[in-house]
Design a protein around this ligand. Structure first.
Ligand SMILES: C[S@@+](CC[C@H](N)C(=O)[O-])C[C@H]1O[C@@H](n2cnc3c(N)ncnc32)[C@H](O)[C@@H]1O
Length: 406
């Protein structure tokens, strides 16, 4: 969150932009080839923005519609700074000049927005939104204005945000920004980052799309892939931007995530893999899972038994089956877009739902081989869950880089 353009929106990136830069340069040095980078889980666009900073062509795909729009907006760092400044000032002046919506206090009835904002803050944010809605055109600069407003929503709320971006309505924080000041501060920061990018010779050569990578997609052949897919750890990406989507009126509540966001996301959380919708036996016998069939059958069976002893009865058994089937399908699509002899890195961690270990990196490696890649190895970066206090289980976990070649 310190680097220009990368810092425009806080998201759980999975790795640093500096590391991506070093991997792209290393690849080019080692092979003598100009890298063409693929990022199938682009999130907020760390890999693609890094590639732009090195004048390297890249493709990014992101299944979450709201996050994909943010990544695409960050890509607009080469928009005219003057136009951006003008649009930003017009938005602020308009917002300051209009009256508050007479029905504004209705937001209090909303479970999340009502808990997250004081009337004064929400009223100013709403005026910024109405100014954007009034003034915006299809010119790219307005996507940057929208990103500015989206990116200040957390800082203008008195409630906390958990490490992985879930809102914590019951935890308050002391530093809360005034929306107009936050907007104008962000405008200056974005302008200075845009100037930095242009004067450092960045080149806008990334293409980012909203795309579910479990479905076929086509790019030119790429030779380097740098990514961090969702982990099989019950994290709900659909929920990561619930506050922001509610603010913009894209959803009315948690229930809407199911229709608006989840359909194009990997099934990596139990809310997204209801047992009544998934025939476990059919999933396990899918030929795409054949390399790990016996092991995944055993793990999912254990999970199905243990869940009946737990209060939540979470459907981790179907979650694990759906997750690996989704990734097996993704490997097939990636194989089609990666050149022979290419290099791939997935930053990934294992998991242990209800204390049953799921060896994610090994299973993902085996599935990649089945899709036609030639070898894999795992480089452990850190241990996780080794301090047992307050943990739900005591299985030691790790996180690292899954390297795949072929
Ligand atoms: C660990 S995050 C990647 C973050 C990224 N490195 C960044 O710079 O922000 C994984 C991403 O995969 C996305 N994702 C999940 N399912 C997907 C799918 N089926 N197709 C494409 N992207 C998906 C999630 O929405 C999430 O943004």
């Amino acid at each position: 969150m310190k680097l220009p353009v990368h810092r425009w929106f806080r998201y759980s990136a999975g790795f640093s932009a500096e590391w991506v830069n070093s991997e792209i340069l290393k690849y080019q040095e080692e092979t003598g080839n100009k890298a063409i980078v693929l990022e199938p889980f682009t999130g907020s666009g760390t890999t693609n923005i890094s590639a732009d900073s090195l004048k390297v062509k890249s493709y990014g795909f992101e299944g979450h519609p709201f996050i994909a729009r943010i990544a695409k907006a960050k890509q607009l760092w080469d928009t005219s700074i003057l136009d951006f400044d003008e649009a930003g000032k017009a938005t602020l002046n308009y917002a300051m000049s209009i009256k508050s919506d007479t029905k504004i206090d209705r937001y209090k009835n909303d479970n999340l927005l009502g808990k997250c904002y004081s009337l004064e803050s929400f009223e100013k944010l709403d005026r910024l939104k109405r100014a954007y809605e009034k003034l915006s055109t299809t010119e790219p600069v307005w996507e940057l204005i929208r990103l500015n407003i989206t990116s200040i929503l957390r800082a203008c709320s008195h409630v906390g945000t958990a490490q992985w971006q879930y809102v914590l309505p019951n935890k308050s924080k002391s530093k809360v920004l005034d929306p107009f000041e936050a907007f104008s501060g962000k405008l200056e920061l974005m302008k200075s980052d845009m100037l930095h990018a242009v004067s450092s010779g960045w080149e806008s050569c990334s293409k980012i799309e909203h795309q579910d990578v479990r479905r076929p997609f086509l790019t030119e052949k790429c030779n380097l892939l740098i990514s961090s897919p969702p982990y099989p750890n019950n994290y709900d990406y659909a929920d990561a931007t619930r506050l922001e989507m509610m603010f913009w009126g894209e959803i009315n509540g948690w229930g809407d995530l199911k229709e608006v966001v989840r359909p194009s996301l990997m099934r990596s959380c139990s809310q997204h893999s209801a047992a009544d919708k998934i025939d476990l036996d059919e999933y396990i016998s899918n030929p795409l899972l054949s390399p790990i069939k016996d092991e995944i059958a055993d793990v999912t069976k254990q999970l199905d038994v243990i869940r009946h002893t737990k209060g939540g009865k979470k459907t981790y058994h179907t979650m694990i089956a759906a997750y690996f089937l989704d990734l097996a399908q993704t490997w097939v699509n990636l194989r089609n877009n990666m050149d022979k002899g290419s290099k791939i890195c997935f930053v990934i961690g294992d998991s242990a739902p209800y204390g049953i270990h799921v060896p994610a990196e090994r299973w993902l490696g085996d599935l990649a081989l089945a899709a036609g890649f030639s070898e894999y190895s795992f480089e452990k970066l850190r241990d996780r869950n080794v301090k047992w206090k307050n943990r739900t289980h005591t299985v030691p976990l790790h996180e690292g880089r899954l390297w795949i070649k072929g």
